[in-house]
Write a protein that binds this ligand. Structure first.
Ligand code: AMP
Length: 231
């Protein structure tokens, strides 16, 4: 059965960092729609260039484009054992689309973790965030500003959408469009929250425990159901 994980949370909550750690430790692919779009802008893909202005303003790209990107990406063979989604879904329409994709895949349930961080803390984090201009990795919060990226030796820069005005817009859109996902997923037994104000290592530990326990429980349920069916 696949391990299909969604990491939810506001901009700056640590979704990308946690998704990368979890994907690495479980041998899964991390799928970040933000990374795919930023790469698409670098590669000058026409479809992505059409949404660049929205990205620069901190608005969401249109659902059709994003859903098509995710559908294509989830069709690749490296997701056959599961995936870790970072930055998708971002609204209820995208969550519906993901549910339809999952029904057709029939490879296990979605496990959803919401990393909870208050808006004031998100704004503070975004104003000091820097990413590698080459590979996109986040700099450590206290890292020497002149240090190069440990992974690829690239230079760290601020993201173009981390300016104060754009950050405010991204937080507004998060509250209006993405937070309703907590209600959408909240009743599912596979929905969990983690306190994202903790140190990243502690967030990673809790997230691992929650997902591993839930995955073990859901595979037991499937095995029991198969046992019933075979009787
Ligand atoms: P992120 O790196 O996840 O903060 O995404 C950066 C920007 O890419 C967002 O501010 C949006 O403009 C766009 N984007 C990323 N994921 C999505 C999505 N699921 N739906 C719509 N727009 C997205």
């Amino acid at each position: 059965m696949g391990l299909n994980v969604i990491i939810l949370g506001g901009p700056g909550a640590g979704k990308g960092t946690q998704a990368a750690l979890f994907a690495l430790s479980h041998g899964l692919s991390k799928i970040s729609t933000g990374d795919i779009l930023r790469q698409g802008v670098k590669d000058r893909l026409p479809k992505v260039l059409l949404v660049k202005e929205k990205m620069d303003r901190g608005e969401l790209a249109d659902d059709d484009t994003i859903i098509e990107i995710v559908q294509d990406r989830l069709g690749r063979s490296d997701t056959s054992r599961g995936f870790v989604l970072d930055g998708f879904p971002r609204n209820v329409a995208q969550a519906h689309a993901l549910d339809s994709i999952m029904e057709k895949r029939a490879k296990g349930a979605l496990l959803i973790v919401d990393i909870v961080v208050p808006n004031e803390e998100l704004a503070r984090r975004l104003s000091s965030r820097r990413i590698c201009s080459v590979c996109g990795m986040n700099a450590e919060p206290l890292q020497d500003p002149k240090a190069a990226c440990q992974r690829c030796r690239g230079v760290f820069v601020s993201r173009t959408d981390d300016t104060e005005a754009v950050v405010l817009e991204r937080l507004r859109i998060y509250s209006d469009e993405t937070k309703p996902l907590v209600e959408y997923y909240g009743d599912r037994p596979t929905f969990f929250t983690v306190d994202g104000k903790q140190a990243p290592e502690q967030v990673a530990l809790e997230l691992n425990n929650l997902i591993d326990t839930a995955a073990a429980r859901s595979s037991t349920v499937v095995m029991e159901a198969q046992g019933e069916a075979n009787r």
